[in-house]
Design a protein around this ligand. Structure first.
Ligand SMILES: [Ca+2]
Ligand SMILES: [Ca+2]
Ligand SMILES: [Ca+2]
Length: 275
């Protein structure tokens, strides 16, 4: 091989080694962070078990419910007006910090489009506020754990319907369905809805001057402090376990706003234990 070719070959080899290093370093970094991400998440849950949930761990059924009620009732409450800005943080689009993700429709929409006009998003009460008639006074009506941004029109279609499977497609509803007496959210948030409803049931037990909220297994609950259907919500909790978005909003509510957690996001298996 002529010397010039050898030099060329060495240059290529060197370039290849450099390239290999360049490729290896980010890959190793990515692998390290990916590996450490899971143990960190697990450790975080373990930390809360030893601290926040310490009095609940080891309990089941009504004893667990009672213990969790006491734990999560220690909270900071915010005004209905403050909910707007809080939702811009708790429900921020992970890939666009100028937007929020709308619960049922799944759309990403500008944070600045909060309001009551067509094309705006507003404050959806997943536990419909007429069920127990708690309105928007500071309390269940301003509890971020069940308040989510939603398109004004889609929010209107959900109205105060109970949750159940079935119906026809909701316009701009992201796959959500509706019929005369119930609403079915899109698949990706079915579990979120179940865990929000059951949080409300455990948090509100008739104290605070508000009704004792509970799930039941029927639709057409009207203004009774019940929301159905429990059997379907339990199924949705199984089918759609908590993801990073739901876990993040639970953490943000805990760390920044209310200083209480949704136990069912941390421990979805507690749904079965209590209900
Ligand atoms: Ca129905
Ligand atoms: Ca989900
Ligand atoms: Ca209750």
């Amino acid at each position: 091989m002529p010397a010039s070719h050898i030099r060329h070959w060495r240059a290529l080899t060197l370039a290849a080694s450099t390239l290999l290093i360049a490729l290896t370093v980010p890959t190793a970094t990515a692998a390290t962070s990916a590996t450490s991400a899971d143990p960190t998440a697990t450790a975080a849950v373990t930390t809360y078990d030893d601290t926040y949930y310490a009095n609940a761990i080891g309990k089941s059924g009504s004893a667990l419910k009672s213990s969790l009620h006491t734990i999560i009732s220690s909270q900071t409450k915010i005004s209905y007006d403050a909910v707007w800005n809080a939702l811009k943080v708790t429900d921020q689009d992970p890939s666009n910090s100028s937007n929020v993700i709308l619960l049922y429709s799944g759309k990403s929409r500008s944070k600045s489009l909060n309001g009551g006009d067509s094309g705006d998003w507003n404050r959806e009460h997943v536990w419909a506020k007429s069920h127990g008639d708690f309105g928007t006074a500071t309390g269940p009506g301003t509890d971020l754990h069940h308040l989510r941004p939603e398109d004004v029109a889609v929010n209107g279609i959900r109205g105060n319907l109970d949750f159940d499977n079935g119906g026809s497609a909701v316009t701009n509803g992201g796959g959500s369905l509706v019929d005369s007496n119930s609403f079915e959210p899109r698949d990706a948030v079915k579990g979120d809805v179940a865990r929000m409803i059951l949080y409300m049931a455990v948090r509100y037990e008739g104290g605070d001057g508000f009704a004792d909220l509970e799930p039941d297994d029927v639709v057409n609950n009207g203004s009774n402090p019940y929301i159905g259907r429990l059997s379907v919500l339990k199924q949705w909790n199984d089918e759609d376990p908590p993801d990073a978005f739901e876990e993040n909003r639970n953490q943000v509510i805990y760390a920044t706003y209310q200083h209480n957690r949704n136990p069912f996001v941390d421990h979805p298996e507690w749904v079965e234990s209590i209900y």
